[in-house]
Each structure stands twice: as C-alpha cells, then as structure tokens.
Design a protein around this ligand. Structure first.
Ligand code: SF4
Ligand code: SF4
Length: 83
C-alpha cells in the first residue's frame, strides 16, 4: 500500500491539495494545529494511488509519499536510457 504522511504542523490549510486530489481523499481535520489551522488529513489511505499530485501542489512541502513498490525495495530507474 502507498504510504502518505502529512506534516500537520506545517500545513496552513490553503486547500490546494484537497482541491486537486483526483480521488478526493483529503479533507480538513476538525482539530487545530499549533498555528491555529485545520490541517489536511487523509481518509481511506488504502485508496491512495500514490500519484503525488497533492505533494506537487503543496506550497509548504507537507507531504511525504512512499509508494508500495519503493517500500518493497524495487528501485525506480533514475533515467531512461535509449540506444
Ligand atoms: S497521492 Fe494522489 S491519490 Fe493519494 S492523496 Fe495525494 S493526490 Fe490523492
Ligand atoms: S496544500 Fe499543503 S499547506 Fe495547503 S492545505 Fe494541503 S497540506 Fe496544507
């Protein structure tokens, strides 16, 4: 399963990640962080595709995503080599 973590203390609740998740898996937490914002949380983590659109959209670099294949030790090619 893809594993997504969100640094809730960095989140300023701009909503960009929520608006752009294609699976609609992100929502504001009812709780407040130290800065007084409702940080984004993920629901239904098993449905996350690991697309990383949320991480790309976040201006505060709140997301860390470990895709299932990477967690299992399958390295991604650094670059595609063509003859
Ligand atoms: S990685 Fe993709 S599917 Fe998963 S929460 Fe982020 S935007 Fe949504
Ligand atoms: S894009 Fe980043 S700062 Fe904005 S709501 Fe999402 S996690 Fe928080």
């Amino acid at each position: 399963m893809n594993k997504l973590t969100i640094n809730s203390e960095r989140c300023k609740a701009c909503g960009l990640c929520i608006a752009h998740c294609p699976k609609k898996l992100l929502e504001p937490s009812p709780a407040l962080n130290e800065a007084g914002y409702h940080p984004t949380v993920q629901k239904e983590p098993e449905a996350c595709t690991g697309c990383a659109i949320c991480a790309l959209m976040c201006p505060d670099v709140c997301f860390t995503i470990v895709r299932a294949k990477e967690a299992a030790g399958e390295a991604r090619p650094a670059a595609e080599v063509r003859p």
